[in-house]
Ligand binder design. Sequence first.
Ligand code: ZN
Length: 203
Amino acid sequence: MKLICIGRNYTDHIEELENEKPTDPVIFMKPDTSILLKKQPFFIPDFSENVHHEVEILIKIKKVGKYIDKKFAHKYYDEISLGIDFTARDLQSALKEKGLPWEKAKSFDGAAVIGNWVAKDSFSDVNNIDFHLDKNGEVVQKGNTKFMLWKIDELIEYVSKYFTLKIGDVIFTGTPAGVGAVKADDVLTGYISNKQFFSIKVK
Ligand code: ZN
């Protein structure tokens, strides 16, 4: 299975967005080895001094598809979760500066947190899901899927032009504002509405 991640999919200034919407979503991937195993702590890798949390809504693909029209995209996933796209920001900045791919900064072991899955049908509207991330009990990021530049169905349409989606693939749908560094002993807890989806300790 593969993890397909979307970059820059939220803005806090939604009004300005009509004018500034980029022409295409930013896409990158993480390998399955980047998934943080359940109940394991997240170890800050020794090659970074500045690992950031990015909390994101996740969707799980349930049907093989290619060139999926957004009208039918809802048939291709039935579970939703919350996760973290850990990013070695210092490394990413250095790579970006040189125009190099981001993989080392995004795809290292443990860089993908996947919370518990719940049925899509348990949400009355997938384009209106409130979520937030707490660090040591304080809210550090909060978002709502209604502020996505590209909504879930549009992401499925776009991504499936390039990659065949397979059963079990996960799409990380991008992070809202508030990303920040983690340090040893931090506890990161993710919520959709007020329901906890994961809690992880940083080491
Ligand atoms: Zn991200």
